[in-house]
Design a protein around this ligand. Sequence first.
Ligand code: XLS
Ligand code: NI
Ligand code: NI
Length: 456
Amino acid sequence: MADNFFVGGKEYFPGIGKIKYEGAKSDNPLAFKYYDPDKEVGGKKMKDHLRFAVAYWHSFCADGSDPFGSATFHHPWNAGAKTPMDAAQNKMDAAFEFFTKLGVEFYCFHDRDIAPEGESPSESEKNLFTLVAKAKKLQEATGVKLLWGTANLFSHPRFMNGAATNPEFGVTALAAAQLKAAIDATIELDGRGYTFWGGREGYMSLLNTDLKREKEHLARFLTMARDYARKQGFKGVFYIEPKPMEPTKHQYDYDAETVIGFLRCHGLDKDFRLNIEANHAELAGHDFVHELETAAAAGLFGSVDANRGDPRNGWDTDQFPMSFHETAMAMYVILKAGGFTTGGLNFDAKIRRNSVDPSDLFLAHIGGMDAFAVGLEVADRIISDGKIPAFVKQRYSSFDTGDGAKFAKGELTLEQLAKIGTDAGYEKNGKNGKAGVSSGKQEYLENLLNQYMLGL
Ligand code: XLS
Ligand code: NI
Ligand code: NI
């Protein structure tokens, strides 16, 4: 990977060089304290475990505006640009400078993040492919790769009633034009994945909504995307990113379990996996790690949008991940599931509106990368020490042999099972018996986790 790569002599983050690992005692804010890319953990380099990606939209497009105030970030790549296309070109130079200085190997984008919408669908496509050609050159020059691409089918006013689930056919067809181009762009850039986040695929009121029809249309749209991409030679994975609400009140991709059911119902579970976002899990009333484990248990874990919410705010605050407990549990589940293959940790996270120094974007990513590096090391300790996984295995061991194993394999009827329960169980384990009365040891296991946290 290139070091300190910037294009044509124009540097957008002057004064910041390649971010290096300096160790936990370093007092240099612009250095990694824990993320040491080439360090081996459990037989694999940290960077290959974690596969960090930068999200183009939050990092280079967002301007800090919110419903209560205007832009606070005045990006140098926009200043002085004569046209939106010039700004897009500059922005891409700045993005690749950032990726290489930070040392991440992947990025993710929406079509409209890298190129502005034109006056017509064909002009939009032309804009997109101009920037795709540039991205291809920059990828080759730097070694940075595309983790996944996607289409923004939620920002334009035409999508206010949805894209695939819009009640007007014309809008769905326009969305398809954008989808097709975004798939082509992803293939051209050798993207490892293509993501669907159904921003407005949901509804606000049942008074104006045919829910059954909308869900069928969504499945149809995804099936067409899959068929087209495979025909074009796309070898990557499709992801659905669950989110329960925001911007719509009820989104069809509510949470992992909902999406798993939907994919299986429509025969999409061979090509699609889940992209789990921490903050979305929280909005659905779940722990991040619950969503990861649910996807993994279904064999459909794919990728992660790494961020965090605020426990007292009920919206998608998209903050950078910082909690070692959360990253440790997440990495434990991910390692147990076999680690990332096509996916990675995409920082779908944004700096706060008042974080206006150019270095703040670096500091945020450094913190998130360090948090996951610690999480990885703790997860590796959990696995290599083995006490926690052994406890869980032991807890279910009565289903490993004898009648328990027969039950698990489906070799018992309910009558037989009931007989075993009454014959063998009731005498000993009835009213005053001991069956089921064994400690779950939660506190012991939590204490172990804390020990692993400090490397003991
Ligand atoms: C929004 C989503 C979005 C997707 C990509 O809440 O997280 O950023 O990741 O469309
Ligand atoms: Ni996301
Ligand atoms: Ni989000």
